[in-house]
Design a protein around this ligand. Structure first.
Ligand code: AP5
Length: 216
């Protein structure tokens, strides 16, 4: 089974993908995480992407399509995956359709997390991540059980993303509405688009997603 979670920055794509991975035995494919790893490694891709990401603009389609088409050929994707942050433009969506057709696969569910933009600024500027294992938290909405200690790995170092500032978030929201939202119409025409209320609390969103996907 292949899933695609859609929604603007802060909608909960990463949070929910990580939860659904375990439930459905799928692998999360986050193009944002892949790009941040490339930036950290100093690779050619990372060098090209860094300034673009810090502005909150989209990385060129050709770089993204090459990156994801190599990734879905890896063995851990054989049972299916959850796309988080890709596709983000109509050309990316069209390239994905070709990649899936070549593998004899398809998107089983495309689910939009429907949210309000203003709330996304609050979500993003409060977000932080365990430096050890990558577990995501929020200053207000998802705190570790013991303050300053990661629930998952016990780590005590945390990081915040360079693009999680208010100005950059607003630019990322604009990029979403101008370049990514048109994909919703593309999937609606194909009859695969569903939506859930992304403004509900985190557990309630997970329950809605399980209900839409079914079989869990
Ligand atoms: P990317 O990493 O994909 O960022 P994004 O789309 O902006 O999404 P986020 O990770 O910010 O949000 P999310 O929906 O995953 O929210 P999360 O679950 O963390 O992309 C970064 C950059 O890389 C882009 O700007 C672009 O430059 C580049 N890029 C990536 N892919 C690309 C592509 N395909 N093409 C071109 N360029 C690309 O939740 C946010 C916070 O809210 C967390 O703290 C969480 O705890 C909290 N939260 C989540 N759900 C709830 C809830 N229901 N209630 C309360 N709090 C909640």
């Amino acid at each position: 089974m292949n899933l695609l979670l859609m929604g603007p920055p802060g909608a909960g794509k990463g949070t929910q993908s990580k939860r659904l991975e375990g439930v459905f035995g799928l692998v999360q494919l986050s193009t944002g995480d892949m790009l941040r790893a490339a930036v950290k490694s100093g690779s050619e891709l990372g060098q090209k992407a860094q300034a673009i990401m810090e502005r909150g603009d989209l990385v060129p389609d050709d770089l993204i399509i090459d990156m994801i088409s190599a990734r879905i050929e890896e063995p851990d994707c054989a049972n299916g995956f959850i796309l988080d942050g890709f596709p983000r433009t109509v050309p990316q969506a069209e390239a994905l359709a070709v990649m899936l057709a070549e593998k004899g696969g398809k998107l089983d569910h495309v689910i939009e997390l429907a949210v309000d933009d203003e709330a996304m600024v609050q979500r993003i500027t409060g977000r932080y991540t365990c430096a050890g294992c990558g577990q995501g938290y929020h200053d207000e909405f998802e705190k570790p059980a013991k303050e300053g200690v990661c629930d998952k790995c016990g780590g005590t170092e945390f990081t915040r993303r360079a693009d999680d500032t208010e100005d950059t978030v607003r630019n990322r929201l604009n990029a979403y509405h101008e370049q990514t939202a048109p994909i919703l119409a593309y999937y609606k025409e194909q009859g695969v688009l569903k939506d859930v209320d992304g403004m509900a609390d985190i557990d309630a969103v997970t329950d809605q997603l399980k209900g839409v996907i079914g079989g869990a």
